[in-house]
Design a protein around this ligand. Sequence first.
Ligand code: AMP
Length: 206
Amino acid sequence: MNLILLGAPGAGKGTQAVRLAAKLNIPHISTGDIFRKNLKEGTPVGLKAKAYIDKGELVPDEVTVEIVRLRLAEDDCKKGWLLDGFPRTIAQAGALDKIAKIDAVINLDADLTKLIERLTGRRVCGACGESYHVDTYSKTECAKCGGKIIRRDDDNPQTVESRLNVYTAQTEPLIAYYAAKGVLKTVDGMKPIDAVTAQIYGALGV
Ligand code: AMP
């Protein structure tokens, strides 16, 4: 199955993507993770993306689409894939339509006013990417892999505000785009994590 997880920053895409990809045994492709890896390694793509990520703006479509096009051409994608954080613009969605057929788009519906608190309090494992929240997890090491817990640079209040504005202006229109194609499945992303997972599995019949 070729799947997309759509939703605002902090709606839970990353958390749900890890579960869904494992269940379906397909690769989880997060453009945010790819950019962060490039940033860490100091590649030309990482250097180009840094200014946009720091400001909470979108990396230009041509850069992002090319990264996804190359990733989807890899061998492990032959059995299907799950995109997380892509597409984020109508232009990206149009480019993706030319690359592959989409079987379903899961939209994680979320209350944007509550996401500010979720994102600014979010902590992640620098090694495996597991997400936590400062209110419920105060340890400095990841419970899953022992990696160091960090705060993403772009989870500061100013950048979070910009990311949510960018979502509303550029990404939210994708809900109507995929609804018109008849592939959209919306679930309530504000429910507890396990309940959201159950809704997603139910919507996909897996
Ligand atoms: P994420 O981890 O999905 O929240 O992405 C972090 C940052 O990476 C975003 O705020 C953007 O700057 C950049 N980014 C990730 N995915 C995309 C995309 N599909 N298009 C443009 N920029 C992206």
